[in-house]
Design a protein around this ligand. Sequence first.
Ligand code: NI
Length: 259
Amino acid sequence: MKNPYIINTHSHANMLKETNIDSAIKNAQESNIITIVPSSTAQDIFEVDKFIQKYDNVYGYVGVFPEEAKTFTDKTLNDMESIIRKNSKIIGIGEIGLDYYWDKSFKELQKEVFIKQIEFANQMNLPLNIHSRDAHFDTLEILKKYNKNSTAILHCFSGSLKFAKECIKEGIYIALGGVVTFKNAIKAKEVAAEIPLEYLLLETDDPYLAPVPFRGKENQPMYVKYVAECIANIRDCSTEEIAAATTQNAERIFNFNAK
Ligand code: NI
């Protein structure tokens, strides 16, 4: 049987170290997986642009990661805009957001850069791929206040079921990755079990957070199928059903059928 078609909505396939990148992408392609790769700094938006041109089944986001907010300059949005205008495989803005886990010293700058990129995504009419760590309240407040028309995805969702429901009420999508397969990931499993399938997306966030049975090893795009399998077990349905529902959601968000 053919593997179900899956869209991996967040993978740093360009950052794989122990795994050969070309073969990882080829393996994903053979498993019928489309991968979307975000940028992190104001500089590597150019690298992501180049990287995704090399592979049929790879798309990209451009954006500046919260921890890299200091790399964001007046020129960054112009650079992003020119890349988007020339490269139709850039299908969203990411990864952007807030991270108060490592360094709280430039919270205000993180917020400012996050808001500027939300407003930019609104202008370009592109979806948002959002990183939020230890910053759930501020992330949601900013989205409610500033996001007018872009579909928002919370990548590597780490909140509670209650928070997931609050987000869904605002039309925000929940992306789950390898963490949901971890034995002790009670919150993620609860979210996977309870949220409506219409708001679920799949991802790997490779090279980090490899799902069971590869936990602790280097992650890669094709392992997204273990995430789908795990969620199917939790929800007591088939992997095909999870793949079909999440793919349909991603196709709607990224307007894939038009590409
Ligand atoms: Ni990431």
